[in-house]
Design a protein around this ligand. Structure first.
Ligand code: PLP
Length: 346
């Protein structure tokens, strides 16, 4: 049975154009900086983000961790969101690997961090205090509903960062979704951010990889960090070839995923027993809950759906995330809601 897999956009497979480009890729040893395809990918990424340089890394986590290692010294502090990937979903890497502590702040409903709350969280130069070095945001913000954050906010945050000498890092795993949803360029999403990490292997469909962008000195330090993290890859052009297509040909279709997410949210909204979370379908994600009246647990619903060929991400006892992507069309969306309706009305 072909599954309708709505768990994540990470399940996307390389397109046939990617497979062809991978087979034909011109390669070299990237640890010597001699892989022409990796170099081309990095040039495209730095151009798209308006940064001096870029670095191909194995994953989004490696991009964020390499950025943290490159930006900070041991004992520094990073202001970040309580629901951010770097705080919740990277095994405490900033502490474990960089010796840095988080100063997590609760996000606003729209995925942003309140500028005044950030300002009052910045440490003073008193000898007792750690040095606040970085402020990190996420765009789109996954756990806040895949919500895109406007360039206006990022500009304001940039001004605050300059005022206090802070580094601004953007976890832009899905920044192309943000750009598509807001109708702005990737450069505008990056705005004043000093560094940005972008996933190629989610909605953009590459099989592997992320790209980290920033100024030349930063990328030089991040490159050293990547090596110690085990990310010095050799003929990585075989993978980067797919990444080039991800960056150049795939962003234009993300809007389809957003339309399918809107369709999904609309149909789910009509199902008795289901309530949508705020920000649902602002890009390619729909978060929803089973109401108290539904007799089945989230696990039970998840298991029955699986038997019927529909996969969802169970994110709480009765909460789900559904993510639309290249492998999902509107018929599959309709089918999945049909199956869900049947399952919870048993
Ligand atoms: C997926 C994701 C990452 C990490 O990417 P991996 O390639 O899974 O390591 C980082 N940040 C956000 C917001 C993500 O969604």
């Amino acid at each position: 049975m072909d599954m309708i897999d709505l768990r994540s956009d990470t399940v996307t497979k390389p397109t046939s154009a990617m497979r062809e480009a991978m087979a034909k890729a011109d390669v070299g040893d990237d640890v010597y900086g001699e892989d022409p395809t990796v170099n081309q990918l990095q040039d495209i990424a730095s151009e798209l983000t308006g940064k001096d340089a870029a670095l191909y890394v194995a994953s989004g986590t490696m991009g964020n961790v390499a950025a943290t290692l490159a930006h900070t010294r041991r004992g520094d502090e990073i202001i970040c969101g309580l629901k951010s990937h770097i705080y919740r979903n990277e095994q405490g890497a900033m502490a474990a690997l960089a010796g840095v502590q988080a100063r997590p702040l609760e996000e606003e409903y729209d995925g942003t961090l309140d500028i005044e709350k950030i300002e009052s969280a910045i440490q003073t130069s008193d000898d007792h205090h750690p040095i606040t070095r970085v402020v990190a945001i996420e765009n789109t913000h996954n756990i806040c509903g895949g919500v895109p954050i406007s360039p206006t906010y990022t500009e304001k945050l940039g001004e605050l960062a300059v005022k206090h000498g802070l580094i601004l890092h953007l976890d832009g795993a899905r920044m192309f979704n943000a750009a598509a949803a807001l109708g702005v360029s990737p450069k505008e999403i990056v705005g004043p951010s000093d560094s940005v990490s972008i996933c190629l292997s989610k909605g953009l469909c590459a099989p592997v990889g992320s790209v980290l962008c920033g100024d030349t000195d930063f990328i030089h330090r991040a490159r050293r960090a990547r090596k110690v993290l085990g990310g010095g890859m050799r003929q990585a052009g075989v993978l980067a070839a797919a990444g080039i297509i991800a960056l150049t040909e795939m962003p234009g279709r993300l809007i389809n995923d957003h339309q399918n997410a809107k369709l999904l949210a609309r149909l789910l909204g009509e199902v008795p027993g289901i309530s949508l979370e705020r920000n649902s379908a602002s890009t390619n994600m729909v978060y929803f809950n089973l109401d108290a009246g539904v007799p089945n647990s989230g696990h039970e619903v998840s298991d029955s759906l699986r038997q019927e060929g529909v996969l969802l991400d169970l994110v709480g006892p009765s909460s789900f995330r559904a993510v639309t992507h290249h492998g999902i069309d509107s018929e599959m969306v309709e089918m999945s809601v049909h199956v869900l309706k049947k399952t919870i009305s048993i």
